[in-house]
Design a protein around this ligand. Structure first.
Ligand code: ATP
Length: 340
């Protein structure tokens, strides 16, 4: 049988989240690309000329209806958060179309308890979880399951404050987590299943409404407006370069996550992933979440980050890094090792 060629495959993704970066990266590596858009949302993919083909569907939930067509085109899906958000991990697990990454990891990041066990077993430091409101002994953040991007999350200082603020949310499922005072830092990693190496791709912090606007209102005016509760609705991402002496610990944390993932979901986590952290004034690094795939915080680095520049000496976004991995796998006839 003839060896597979790059031109036999096409890179496809859903039109949202980090699709521009993924598709541009795929084209830079020589792939032909497909974007699947919700009807009416095609314009950015035309404007930035990153998609060789645009397939429009009524809703992302209709994705299974076009799956056969994608299989015929020999498409390789590069997943991002929108796949799981719109379809749920059980649906994604059933995909027959080629899929970059390890699907078995999805259930570990979709269930807060399972995710926590994984992070803990990897030796990471996590914010404390309070089982009962009566246990609250310091500021906490209350998060709802399935909350769309931090909407409705609230802070509480003690049991009484919690009980007052939880009232409107009566029946919803929530978690009470220690609120870490420090600065948020999102760490972008890439683990190659072909070479076994871990790479730091970059860092970002999020720009969230309204919490990033509250600082523009003086404490006096916040009191007068008395209804300004913080929310964490993501609007965009800002690049960060980290103090260099933090790098050894951050690299080790990524390595430990990968090592542990091999035990819980063989062959383990590979491709891009992100640790969502808060760094405290005591230089403690608390991890409150993991994303086991590309995060939108890599989007400022379409042309590469300071870190990928150090390693590659050419523009290398996370999207392009994924395409490079798939291309290498095709060239070495090892595609099975990068597809779930
Ligand atoms: P996503 O799933 O897209 O990452 P989300 O809706 O689950 O988002 P989180 O990322 O958990 O929301 O949190 C939203 C915001 O709250 C972020 O700005 C984060 O920095 C902040 N945050 C979350 N947990 C904590 C914590 N324990 N201490 C301090 N800040 C926190």
């Amino acid at each position: 049988m003839a060896r597979p060629q790059l031109s036999d495959y096409r890179i496809a993704t859903l039109g949202s989240h980090s699709a521009l970066q993924i598709l541009k990266g795929a084209k830079d590596e020589g792939f032909s690309t497909i974007v699947i858009c919700k009807k009416g949302q095609e314009k950015p993919y035309r404007m930035f000329n990153v998609a060789d083909e645009i397939i429009s569907i009524g809703s992302f939930k209709d994705f299974p209806r076009i799956e056969q067509a994608l299989i015929k085109k020999n498409a390789i899906i590069v997943p991002h958060a929108s796949f799981v958000t719109y379809m749920g991990f059980q649906e994604v697990e059933k995909f027959k179309v080629n899929y970059y990454g390890n699907k078995r990891i999805l259930r570990w990041e979709s269930d807060r308890n399972a995710e926590r066990n994984w992070l803990k077993a990897a030796g990471l430091s996590l914010p404390r979880i309070y089982r009962k409101p009566s246990e609250i002994d310091r500021p906490v953040i209350v998060k709802f399951h399935g909350a769309g991007g931090g909407k409705g999350y609230f802070l509480a200082r003690d049991e009484e404050d919690f009980k007052k603020k939880i009232k409107p949310y009566n029946l919803r499922n929530y978690v009470i987590q220690e609120y870490i005072i420090g600065v948020p830092l999102y760490v972008h990693y890439f683990h190659s299943s072909l070479t076994g190496e871990l790479e730091i791709m970059g860092f970002d912090k999020r720009y969230e409404s309204n919490v990033d606007g509250i600082g523009r209102i003086s404490a006096r005016d916040q009191m007068v407006l008395n209804n300004v509760d913080p929310s964490y609705v993501i609007v965009g991402n800002t690049p960060i370069v980290i103090r260099e002496s933090f790098l050894p610990r951050l690299i080790e944390m990524g390595e430990n996550i990968v090592k542990r993932s091999k035990k819980i979901a063989p062959p383990g986590l590979f491709g891009p992933f992100c640790l969502e952290t808060v760094l405290t004034p005591d230089e403690d690094i608390k991890v409150f979440e993991i994303s086991a795939r590309i995060v939108a915080g890599t989007n400022p680095y379409t042309h590469g980050s300071p870190y990928t520049w150090l390693r590659y000496n050419e523009p290398m976004s996370t999207g392009r890094r994924i395409a490079r991995e798939i291309r290498t796998a095709i060239e070495q006839d090892r595609l099975k090792e990068v597809l779930a």
